[in-house]
Design a protein around this ligand. Sequence first.
Ligand code: SF4
Ligand code: SF4
Length: 174
Amino acid sequence: MNNRRINICRPGYGASCSLCCGSHNYRMHHDEIEELFHSRSDEGSPRPYQHPYTVSYEKLYRDAMQCPHVGLSDDNEVFCLIYSEPDKKGELLSFFKGTCSNFYCPAWDVLTDKQVVFAARLMKDWFYYSLLINDIEAVQNLCASYSAPEDVPEEVLDELKEDILDRFIAEDGK
Ligand code: SF4
Ligand code: SF4
């Protein structure tokens, strides 16, 4: 992680991730999630006080987060709506400092910058990029099979999206 130049959560190319904040932990179609995130961003700031463990909708994973502060920018990038709010207090401040600011998923340790950029250029979004970057083996296999994201055939990409979503949903144990 020491020599990393790319921010895996915000790698550019239209890709972004907030999976660890619970961006995908909704029993909803991803178009509905997207609508919800845009509506939160449109509300502007300051955000109402809500602890990141607050749950407002039915979850896919009972034990995982569904943070109410994930939003979507006009460019369709997921981001933390309270990241820059200066007056975080009490439990929210302590969770933010203790967890949000210090969490790094396995991709940070395992994937190279080149592999991250490959995944970002392939997906160019928040929904499938988040799933792919957290499926380390899938990223490694793609990079071993294709020299550039543009070489991945359309039908292979469609199948990949279906697979990583199925794998994610199947993990909920229901
Ligand atoms: S799951 Fe990883 S890449 Fe995604 S937001 Fe969390 S730390 Fe960043
Ligand atoms: S407060 Fe922000 S960084 Fe922390 S879990 Fe929620 S959206 Fe993620």
